[in-house]
Design a protein around this ligand. Structure first.
Ligand SMILES: Cc1cc2nc3c(=O)[nH]c(=O)nc-3n(C[C@H](O)[C@H](O)[C@H](O)COP(=O)(O)O)c2cc1C
Length: 189
């Protein structure tokens, strides 16, 4: 797929099935990720590949985390949480590995990891797969962070659920004019 076609036609899919990207295709996704802009070449990222039974282990971690956050969580909530990582055959967790740097504020390092995540989403789409970038409480939860190796100022920027879409998504028309303004500098007070 041409780059512009891929950019203009990507749409998230929540319903994901096999096949997932193959090991060789995952390498392509990660190569695309590491083409993200990166101030001072800090390479501020870590990518965790979670597939097969590791998804169940992630579900267990999410349940443990929910129990800590909310000791009154119902059995239904806990079971729903346990099943979340099973919604796709492949999850790539993108972690911003953030370090103090005199020229590169923390937010730039998180943005760089976010750009890497988006490159993965676009590359997966270009290879014929679909996915959805998810976050939620687990991204910010200490128990999950520890289980996934995020320490200090590291930030889990997303759980990228990847696989094959069960339905062809409908592309919305974006009202670009609503987001656009030509700034000329002439209206300044
Ligand atoms: C950082 C980030 C976190 C997100 N977290 C969630 C999430 O937890 N659950 C969810 O349904 N969508 C989440 N989204 C939104 C979806 O990834 C997606 O963008 C949205 O469903 C709209 O679909 P589209 O990407 O096809 O426009 C998140 C997006 C970003 C950028």
């Amino acid at each position: 797929m041409e780059a512009i076609d891929a950019l203009l036609s990507r749409k998230s899919s929540a319903m994901l099935d096999i096949p997932a990207p193959s090991p060789d295709e995952i390498q392509i996704l990660l190569q695309a990720a590491t083409r993200a802009p990166d101030h001072c070449r800090l390479r501020p990222w870590k990518f965790l590949i979670i597939e097969n039974d590791a998804r169940k282990a992630l579900g267990d971690v999410m349940v443990e985390a929910l129990r800590i956050r909310d000791p009154k969580a119902s059995d239904a909530m806990l079971e729903k949480t346990r099943g979340k990582p099973l919604r796709a055959p492949l999850i790539i967790v993108v972690i911003a590995k953030v370090e103090e740097h005199p020229k590169v504020p923390n937010v730039e390092q998180v943005l760089s990891a976010g750009a890497a995540a988006q490159n993965i989403m676009i590359a997966a789409h270009a290879l014929g797969y679909a996915g959805i970038w998810r976050s939620g409480a687990p991204c910010f939860d200490e128990h999950v962070r520890e289980a996934l190796g995020a320490t200090g100022n590291d930030q889990i920027v997303g759980f990228l659920y990847l696989g094959t879409a069960s339905k062809k998504p409908i592309l919305p028309n974006e009202p670009i004019d609503e987001y656009l303004e030509f700034w000329t500098g002439k209206d300044r007070n």
